[in-house]
Ligand binder design. Structure first.
Ligand code: IMP
Ligand code: MG
Length: 181
């Protein structure tokens, strides 16, 4: 896919590497929750692609739901404010829940979500994240299932966006904007 304007895209993680790693993460989840049903909660919109690939590789009884939060504006930096834009459709009380995130960055979104979801009394609450940028952390949170640790670069593709663009890239790419922006 072509970058818009003078944006530059450089492949960081190829589709084939992502597919392989998603299968490994799904295998770990299948092993850890043997004999149980897992309830996956995808954080919209970034996690939608990861979530749909992950759930199909999990060899257990599953159910899915989505939650949407806002923490970022149109750009690259977090406003630090987290708000629920779309809540879950159903109760998670007593369920084995895996929160599915695209990327752990500052950790502000995740720590907020964990607090909100924990109040709803799931049996267990775990976190699966495709990507992790540990160097950016402001809140001490961590993923139980992490696809890839990546350096402090702004990435797009496989669900991740810049101003809603590039979610449909099959690879995860580093985005460099033209000097002026
Ligand atoms: P946090 O609250 O700072 O951890 O940010 C989490 C959210 O910010 C993610 O779910 C993404 O939507 C977005 N985000 C953080 N880093 C990136 C990136 O490199 N590319 C695209 N979105 C990002
Ligand atoms: Mg985003």
């Amino acid at each position: 896919m072509k970058a818009s304007g003078n944006d530059k895209l450089k492949i960081l993680l190829r589709r084939s590497a992502i597919e392989k790693r998603v299968r490994e993460v799904a295998r770990d989840i299948t092993r850890d929750f043997e004999g149980e049903r897992v309830h996956l909660i995808g954080v919209l919109k970034g996690a939608c692609i990861f979530m749909s690939d992950l759930v199909r590789e999990i060899n257990l009884e599953t159910s899915i739901d989505f939650i949407a939060v806002s923490s970022y504006g149109k750009g690259k930096e977090s406003s630090g404010q987290v708000r629920v834009l779309k809540d879950l459709d159903s109760s998670i009380e007593g369920l084995s829940v895996i929160l599915v995130e695209d990327i752990l960055d500052t950790g502000l979104t995740l720590s907020y979500l964990l607090r909100v979801l924990q109040q709803r009394k799931p049996k267990v609450l775990r976190v699966a994240a495709l990507l992790d940028k540990p160097s950016r952390r402001l809140k001490q949170v961590k993923g139980d299932y992490v696809g890839f640790e990546i350096p402090n670069e702004f990435v797009v593709g496989y669900g991740l966006d810049y101003a809603e663009r590039y979610r449909n890239l099959k690879d995860v790419c580093v985005l460099t904007l033209p000097e002026s922006s």
